[in-house]
Design a protein around this ligand. Sequence first.
Ligand code: PEP
Ligand code: MG
Length: 594
Amino acid sequence: MVTIAGIAASRGFAAGPVFVHRPDDIIAVPEYEIPPERVMSELDRYHAARAETRQQLEALIAQFKDGERHGVDVFVNHLAILDDAAMTASVERLVRESRLNAEAALRRTVAEFRAAFGRMHDPYLRERVRDVDDVERRLLRVLLGRDENLFSQITEPVVVVAADLAPSETVALRRELVLGFALDRGSATSHVALLARALGIPAVVGLGDVSARVKPGDDILVDGTNGAVTVNPDVKTCAEFARLVRRERELYALLNEDKTKAGATRDGALVRFCANAQPGVPMGGLAAFGAQGVGLYRSEYLWLACDGEPSEDEQAAAYSEAVRAASAMGETARVVFRALDIGGDKAMRSQGVREPNPFLGSRSIRWLLAHRSTFRTQLRAILRASAVGPSAVLWPMIATMQELQEANAELERAKEELRAEGVAFDEQMPKGCMIEIPSAALCADQLARAVDFFSIGTNDLVQYTLAADRGNSAVAYLYQPTNPAVLRLVDSTVKAAQAAGIPVAVCGETASDPVLGSLWVGMGVTELSMGASYIPVLRKVLRALTMGELREMANQALAMGATSSAAEIYAACRAFILAKVPQLEEIQSFFTSS
Ligand code: PEP
Ligand code: MG
């Protein structure tokens, strides 16, 4: 028996036989010099392989049904890589000038791309190297006349163990046959982590060399909640794990008891539970968690996936598909499209020079207002999607009233254009403002007059209030959602919104924490938007508390600011809820948000 610690990428427990996936990612590539008279035919051979690879990808895209956007996105990205002018030019140059055979020219080109991606600061973009590898593998297989080798051998439920999984491989997986993932590499933002979380498959990544340490026939336990796997567990460990699996199932069944009921407190005050979604992760399963709409659609992932600008039609197709998928969550379920929130930790290569302090630089609405044609194109696409079903637009990173007014004006201009062109859209589409910068929270009374709703982005609000980078572990101790300053900002934002008669949502990660989510509701927030699988937890906890109790807890938390630390305030709120919901302790140990 051996236990290996890794990164908890998707919560939950899984036990089963190992399926070791060893893709032929180290395809042996012959390297030889071609005579000058063969240069043209070698180039033809390469272009024929590209054409065949294109056909394969198009056939894969055609297999996907409406609503399965994730799969389509992956292969559409692969088509874009296949057509990348720089990549093709490099292969052609190596064939022409260095007289390399096509396979070797391709391998050398991809090695250069891989090195460039690997140097990137942004973990999301670093992950995109996997797509380039995928396309290389496909092209090499065609050039060398080899078959595809995806997960066709899996016929029984298994835990998939691999060094890593390329996006196209995860797409080919059948959900019912995959109990869990255990991967050598990967990060919390890798494709497989996002996909596993969206599909509710337990996953541990960053395990080092687990794929080398297992063999077919081994058994493995995957603890995606705590980030560990155990290979060939002894009887005692198996029994303990089986108890955890059973208990998690029981708890989840308990949490899901009232899945069909609308979210509400014990005394019937309505709370709307929405899912955070992004292009690239299927939305089909969100309704099963009881999501009542998409409270935050992170549109920037469309840009990050191709590191370029998706066209208006591409965007309109993606947004419309999201609206159609949301209709499974109910007639009034809407999708809140956040305008491109690029910059900060989500930098694009095409944005140009990296700023010295990107979190305080030209990001989000600032960047959009400086790049009007991108902004206008996106607004036109969002408006077009609003003709398909309930939609809203959300302005990210608003710092001043002038930015908000400019964004609203740009929306009006986009509407005018569409009207003139006779293109359908929802004239009443609501517009909202994210409150994630202290200046916006402090002037919420003014901003509230210019929008239909607020959505508090606590991920950024906490980091900007405490001046503590949300991704920097050295200052993680200062990243305090219950810091008295944060509580005051949330409280005054809600009060300003109530005075203006507009609703307030919280769409930051804190919404998925049962203590913090309850605290926000106690302060007057009426919508919580989070990773969908956490909705049942919040629904259960809030159903056990009355609005009066929640308000009392929020008032106590605010009052404690004078004498208590953030940790003490959190502990007091937790104790308050625990006294009324004794299951909270156990629920938190199984369904942590980290
Ligand atoms: C937030 O800041 O809380 C938020 C939801 O936006 P993001 O995490 O995408 O920055
Ligand atoms: Mg944010």
